[in-house]
Design a protein around this ligand. Sequence first.
Ligand code: HEM
Length: 206
Amino acid sequence: MNRKTLITLKTLTWIACLSPFALLAYEAVTNTLGPDPTSTIALTTGYNALLMLILSLAVTPLRLLSSRLSWLIKFRRLLGLFAFFYASIHLATYVALYLNFDMSIFKTDITKRRFIIAGFLAYSLLVPLAATSTTWSIRKLGGKRWNRLHKLVYLAAICGIIHYWWQVKPGVLSPMNLTITLVVLFLARPVLTFLQKRRTQRAVSV
Ligand code: HEM
């Protein structure tokens, strides 16, 4: 892929990832966040955090699918950092708007409410990943250790999905789409790795 196309795609990704935030900001300024503004902010930021996290996980299977998609790696970090950005606003909304900074309620919540425990776990797993997302960190940790640490992203996504399911009312199936996407991505990875190895072996033996 040439430089110009890459820059265009990166710009479009930035616009797409920032648009939920821009829309929320617009609705906040124009007082159109709906009957429960706090919930609108929490739900939008939570959903987009999980969506971007799962999209970042789609990069590796897509690259395994075709070597022509290897450029997608340049988007994985961006998507991961946007997931962290939305998760941070999500958490800040909870602390500031739901709890009014009453950290004693937070302490009770992260020990007693199971959906908060799962959300907290997901966020705690995202922190070291965001902190080590720089090229400097990759060099400092070494590729192998960095890769091992960044496998935590799968666990963060699972905790995020569990948090989502535990948050919705019984019978509500809105988390299903993201759950199926995550399951497909989990299953695709070993299958595609196997197929890629076979392709390479065949190419070597020809
Ligand atoms: C300590 C950390 C977290 C807390 C306290 C928290 C809290 C909440 C709360 C209170 C809601 C319900 C909002 C409402 O019904 O008005 C919610 C929903 C949600 N949260 Fe979190 N959350 C946390 C971390 C996360 C993380 C890290 C993710 C994503 C990776 C996430 C994804 C979601 C999703 C997808 C929803 C449901 C959105 C929807 O129904 O459309 N949360 N969270």
